[in-house]
Structure formats: C-alpha cells, structure tokens
Design a protein around this ligand. Structure first.
Ligand code: ATP
Ligand code: MG
Length: 453
C-alpha cells in the first residue's frame, strides 16, 4: 500500500466515506476517479466501493436522497446536493459470463482486493482512501507512469467474459494516449468476433469516445480490424488506393488523418469516419490510369445512414451526420447562394461544421492541397459570417410577408401557399425582389398570374 500520494476529494465524497465508516463499514474511492486524479485530471464522476451491503448503505444515509436503480448489482446512488451524485457499490465478485457480456452471478464480498480483481484494466483497478492512501494490487500506478493499458489477470479470459472490455480498451488507449500491453493487445484482437454480442447503444457510446480521443489516429491504425468487425462496411476502405494527384494515402489512411485534424466533436468525427465509405464501390479508372470516384458522397451518405441506424443513433443525429457526408464535396469557395441555402435549410452550426469537415478532408490529401484550398474555406467562413451579421433572409419565416398575407391576395389555401413562399424566398435571396412587404406582394401577384389558372 502506498500512502505518499494524496488525492483531493470533493467534500461530499469525503463525507460519504466517513458516514459509511461511522456505521462500521469500509469505504474507498475506486476506478476511473482514482485513475484520472493520479493523471492530474479532474474526474467527471466519483465512485465509492464499500463493504456495506446495499440495504446497509441505505441505512447509513438516513434522511438523504438515494436512488435504488442499480440495487440488484449492489449500487446505490446518493444525491448529496443539487447537481452531484455519487455511486456507492458493495464490494463484489462476478462469475460465469455465458453471454460474453454480463456475469451470470454477482456475489457480494467483504474484500476490497476481490472487488478490484474483477475490474478491467490495472489503471482502473486501484482504490484510494483519504487516510489509508492507495491500494494498487495489480501495478496500476506503474502502468499509469508507463502509459500502458494492461488487463487485470488473463486478458483472453477477461475479454471473453465481457466483450465490452475490448472497446473500452481501445477507447482508453485513444482518450489517455496509452499503448496497449502486448498480451492484452493480441488477446483483444483475437477476441474481436465477440463484439457481435454487444448492444448497439454500448458500441455507439464507446466508439464515440474512441473517435474523440487525442490518440484516435494511432489506435485506429493499429486496431482497424477490430473496428471493421463491427462496422464491416468500412473494411473496403483499407487498401483502396487513390491514383489521383490530390491524394497521397489510401482511403482508410486518408480518413484517419482527416479525423485527427478535426476538433473532437462527435458528429464531426463520425461524419469524417464515414465520409468516404462509398469510395471503394465508386472507384473507376480513366483510360490514362487515373482513379475517379464519381458520385461517392451519395454512396457514402447511404452507408453512413445504414451504420448510424444500426448503432441506434437518435434520428436527428443520423440526419445531421448523413447530411454532412452528402455535402462533403461541396464546391469551394462556397457562393453566397450556396451558403444561404445551407444556412437557411440546416442552420449556422451545421454550416460551420460542414466547413470544418471540408477543412479536415483537405488536410489529409496530397502535400500542398491543404495550403491551396484553405483560403477558399476561410473565404466561405467569412461569407457565412457576413450573411449572418447582415441578418439576411434565410428562411420563409424571415420573409416580410406570411401565409396570411398571401391568402388575403386570393391565393388558395394549400400547397400553392408553400410553393409561393419558396418562390419569394428564392427571389429575395437572388436579389430580384427586396424583402419588403409591398414588393413581395407585387411579386406574388405576378407569380399568381403566371402559375395559377
Ligand atoms: P469513464 O467514467 O471516464 O468513462 P471509468 O473507468 O470510470 O471511465 P466507468 O464505466 O465509469 O468507467 O466504470 C467505473 C469502473 O468500473 C472502471 O474504472 C472499472 O474499474 C469498472 N468497470 C467498468 N466497466 C467494466 C467492465 N466492463 N469490466 C470490468 N470492469 C469495469
Ligand atoms: Mg466513471
């Protein structure tokens, strides 16, 4: 046991530990909060492991707000104050993992070390107590110093017990910039077929964290085969060479460098992962031996929608990411008309994220392409900012006339009103009609004469 490292605990965590101890139980901080504190990062949540049985934990906090949602697994959630929550879990051991995901049996234990031994990686299998210091039976501190991710115990067995650990391993390697120790690494790759048993939501969650980690590039370079076993649609990108003057990488390597360039925003990184997935099936050669990928954005968009739906992304995110993929080849610099169309149809956050995606895509092409195209991306950004600052008319609701005004002109209710509003929006955006009521009513009458019998 090492007593020399002191971790500052939030007061509500320290209070909860003291409270459990005053009722005669052991209580320790465990898992991610210990790991993150020792790395000098602020933990996003705190977990306590205790020798108290769930009902004893409940009895240790009389009059306090508690949630019993995880009680069958030994977890009680304490809500010490507004906006804080603390998971308190009884020491436990697990056995029999017939579905490669959940233990068949959970047994409560009185041993902290037994509890630590069921945890996935050595850096996640440490405990801390404000008086007793750190308990680290598997060398987690050494592995933290060496930036190594190592399974607790036999890695093959641990991944077969719970296949989620395979993805957790890649995600921690990406988030923490750690290398996966060689036995753990080869066990993880060999067990990749077990990933089929995971729920799509869990896969989605882990992959998003992996994609947004600072080491996503080396992790996906090394472990592409693991990703492809859950997203087989992406496998043809690896080795799909691009015989064009604009590219120096195959489609997969290009994709990884593009992800690496982008800000760690989930939708942006997912769109980059998927943006060229349709290239392999679109690839053709011209007679002089140059590759072309005509129509690949639409093919990639289809693959993206398929993958995102399978991983149960919320519908709104499926549409957002799919639409980013569809438009990733928009011509540069974007014209005012194109930008107004994007801003009006999808909004400013989408438009700027599309420009970020195009920038990341350019950054991962042949040397010199990025330098040549960056000014056009910056010009497009400035144009979009100017359009927004001017308060230009971008949507039907920004027009100086509304549906009621048109009904009063005698336009029949129904689809004609929508079509006319679209026409007026177009006219205002093209500059052929000012966004003023009289001028718009005039244009509406003209349209009525031409369009309606
Ligand atoms: P973060 O919260 O930053 O995602 P974490 O390590 O805290 O990382 P949690 O999912 O909150 O991850 O789990 C808390 C702890 O529970 C882990 O640190 C680990 O000790 C243990 N743990 C979680 N999931 C597993 C698992 N699938 N197999 C074994 N131990 C696990
Ligand atoms: Mg956690």
């Amino acid at each position: 046991m090492s007593k020399n490292r002191s971790i500052p605990l939030p007061p509500y965590v320290e209070t909860a530990i003291k409270q459990l101890e005053s009722h005669g139980f052991q209580a320790w901080c465990v898992g991610g909060c210990v790991r993150d504190s020792l790395l000098g990062n602020t933990p996003h949540d705190w977990d306590i492991a205790t020798s108290a049985l769930p009902e004893e934990t409940l009895a240790s906090f009389p009059g306090q707000r508690l949630l019993q949602t995880g009680i069958s697994h030994g977890t009680i959630t304490l809500l010490p104050a507004e906006g804080t929550s603390l998971e308190i879990t009884t020491f436990r051991t697990e056995s029999g993992y017939s579905d490669n995901r959940h233990p068949d049996q959970v047994r409560f234990s009185t041993s902290l070390e037994e509890d630590l031994s069921r945890r996935d990686f050595t850096v996640n299998a440490m405990a801390y107590h404000p008086v007793h210091g750190i308990v680290d039976p598997f060398g987690g501190q050494r592995d933290l110093e060496q930036k190594t991710l190592r399974a607790v115990g036999d890695p093959c067995r641990r991944f077969a017990e719970d296949a989620l650990r395979i993805l957790r391993g890649l995600r921690f390697a990406s988030q923490l910039c750690f290398t996966i120790e060689s036995h753990t690494s080869s066990a993880l790759v060999s067990a990749r077929h077990l990933l089929q048993s995971l729920s799509p939501e869990r896969v989605q969650g882990e992959l998003t964290k992996l994609l947004c980690g600072p080491s996503v590039l080396p992790v996906l370079q090394r472990y592409a085969s693991v990703l492809f076993s859950i997203l087989p649609e992406l496998a043809p990108m690896e080795g799909c060479t691009q015989e064009t003057p604009y590219h120096c990488y195959d489609v997969w390597e290009h994709t990884l460098h593009a992800i690496d360039h982008a800000a760690p925003e989930p939708a942006l990184r997912w769109a980059l992962l998927l943006h060229d997935a349709g290239k392999p099936e679109a690839k053709i050669f011209s007679p002089e031996g140059r590759a072309h990928f005509y129509g690949h954005p639409a093919k990639s968009g289809n693959i993206a929608r398929q993958v995102l739906a399978r991983l149960r992304f919320p519908k709104k995110e499926q549409v957002w990411i799919g639409t980013l993929v569809d438009h990733h080849e928009a011509p540069l610099p974007m014209t005012e008309k194109q930008l107004k169309d994007f801003l009006g149809r999808y909004g400013a956050p989408f438009t700027f994220q599309l420009l970020a995606l195009i920038e990341a895509d350019m950054s991962a092409k042949a040397p010199g392409v990025f330098e040549r195209r960056l000014p056009d991306i910056q010009l497009s950004r400035r144009r979009a900012e100017t359009i927004l600052a001017r308060g230009d008319c971008l949507q039907v609701k920004d027009l100086a006339v509304h549906g009621d005004d048109l009904l009063q002109l005698g336009i029949p209710a129904g689809p004609s009103i929508g079509a006319l509003l679209q026409f007026l929006l177009q006219a205002v955006q093209d500059g052929t009609t000012p966004n003023q009521k009289d001028a718009l009513l005039q244009a509406a009458l003209q349209w009525q004469k031409e369009q309606l019998p």
